[in-house]
Write a protein that binds this ligand. Structure first.
Ligand code: CTP
Length: 412
């Protein structure tokens, strides 16, 4: 995923420095060329030999590496790189970078960069939340650095809180985002995506739900954010990490989803209803657990009440907005999906059949047909959901462009 990309990894004096060995290994495995630069305190936590061996290159330690090397090594290395990642970034290094100091090799290098700078802080929670550190991070963000917020959890100090170095897959994902940004063609646009199932409570221990994993909706939110959109993701109950730069609203039931969507949809340019909204909820919620034999032996009747059809209501309210729905069909696929497209006043329906291997719930792939309101359609082969998400966002942008051309005054 990072094939051919040149990455400078800056390692600083944080206990999490031991993780940089794994980080280098994963970067190399992903195809990146890695050069490591360490601060003097980083060497107290991990040896340069380890990182030199794993990165297959000499580690930069000194500002003045000796008579045999050029004094402008930091300029050469800075120009060589596609990205510089500082992980773990200690409070001290963050302060240095924020103030443009150049008193060690890492800081001097960072000052000479022309490529993006990505910072993954790791420190004790009080040091992280201290206004000095927060101000420094804000200053770096303002200057374009990407800060990957630390995780919360157990810290080396024995305290619990924010400050743990974020997991390596999240670091790699951010590097990919930074290195392969998909342009900025949604800059300033608002995109609303729903994802996952809804759970309709029956009693304190039971609910009506479905197998939706949320992966498609999360991939769509990620794809839109990568193109510069302001993205709101209304997510049903799923355990997925929030894509970078996305505002997430967690909901449980269809009615909660409806409320959250109604709020965010008014000024959204594109709305994608990827959630598998439960069509029905229990007509009465029982405060007490329903007993097996409450209605006699052998059977039980549960009265259901229809949920709002969110997509249909959005279709009725729609003005200058691209509305995309999904249709999950197991038979008469295209005919059913066309009916939904018309009935819900959508601009596009993404049709998929969960009974086909590789498509539907839980998988990382999908097979979809895109149906458009003008009667045209586009069949797509088996694709990773991330690729399908990019294509759907592409088509949405195209529809948005057509819409704004149509909306333009006739004289222009
Ligand atoms: N949808 C919605 N609100 C609902 C049900 C569905 O907004 N209460 C949206 C889904 O997010 C999806 C589209 O409508 O984008 C189609 O969902 P689907 O379940 O396939 O269709 P239904 O209209 O529920 O019809 P049926 O279940 O009868 O196939």
């Amino acid at each position: 995923m990072l094939r051919g990309k040149r990455v400078i990894l800056g390692v600083t004096g944080s206990i999490a420095a031991y993780k940089s060995a794994l980080l280098v290994r994963e970067l190399v495995k992903a195809g990146a060329e890695v050069r490591v630069v360490m601060t003097p305190s980083a060497c107290e936590f991990i040896t340069p030999l380890t990182l030199a061996t794993l990165s297959r290159a000499e580690v930069v330690l000194d500002m003045f590496p000796g008579a045999s090397s050029r004094g402008t090594w930091h300029i050469d290395l800075a120009l060589w790189a596609d990205v510089m990642l500082v992980a773990p970034a200690s409070a001290n290094t963050i302060a240095r970078l924020a103030h443009g100091m150049a008193d060690n090799a890492l800081a001097a290098l960072a000052l000479a960069l022309r490529c993006p700078l990505v910072i993954a802080p790791a420190m004790d929670t009080d040091m992280f939340t201290h206004p000095a550190t927060q101000d420094n991070l804000e200053a770096l963000r303002r200057r374009g650095a990407v800060v990957i917020p630390p995780d919360s959890g157990d810290l080396a100090s024995g305290l619990t809180g924010e400050g743990r170095l974020v997991e390596i897959p999240a670091i790699l994902e951010t590097l990919e985002d930074v290195l392969f940004a998909d342009g900025n063609d949604l800059a300033g646009m608002r995109v609303l995506v729903t994802a996952g199932p809804t759970h309709e409570r029956i009693d304190p221990v039971r609910f009506i739900g479905n197998h939706s994993s949320g992966k498609m909706g999360f991939a769509l939110a990620h794809a839109a954010a990568r193109r510069g959109a302001i993205v709101t993701l209304v997510a049903g109950p799923v355990q997925l990490a929030t894509p970078r730069g996305v505002r997430r609203v967690d909901v449980t039931t269809a009615e909660e989803m409806f409320a959250a969507v109604s709020d965010a949809a008014t000024d959204a340019n594109i709305v994608v209803m990827a959630a598998a909204v439960a069509d029905y909820r229990a007509a009465e919620y029982s405060e007490r657990k329903l007993k097996k034999d409450a209605q006699g032996e052998g059977e039980m009747l549960l009265r259901l009440q229809q949920n709002p059809d969110i997509l249909r209501i959005l279709g009725q309210r729609k003005r200058n907005q691209i509305l995309i729905g999904f249709a999950l069909e197991t038979h008469d696929d295209e005919a059913n999906a066309r009916l939904k497209l018309a009935a819900k006043n959508a601009d596009m329906i993404v049709l998929n059949n969960p009974t086909i291997p590789g498509a539907g719930f839980g998988t990382d792939t999908n097979i979809a047909t895109l149906l458009f309101a003008d009667g045209s359609s586009e069949h797509l082969d088996l694709l990773p959901k991330t690729d399908l998400a990019r294509i759907i966002i592409d088509r949405a942008i195209h529809l948005l462009t057509t819409l704004s051309l149509d909306a333009a005054p006739a004289s222009s």
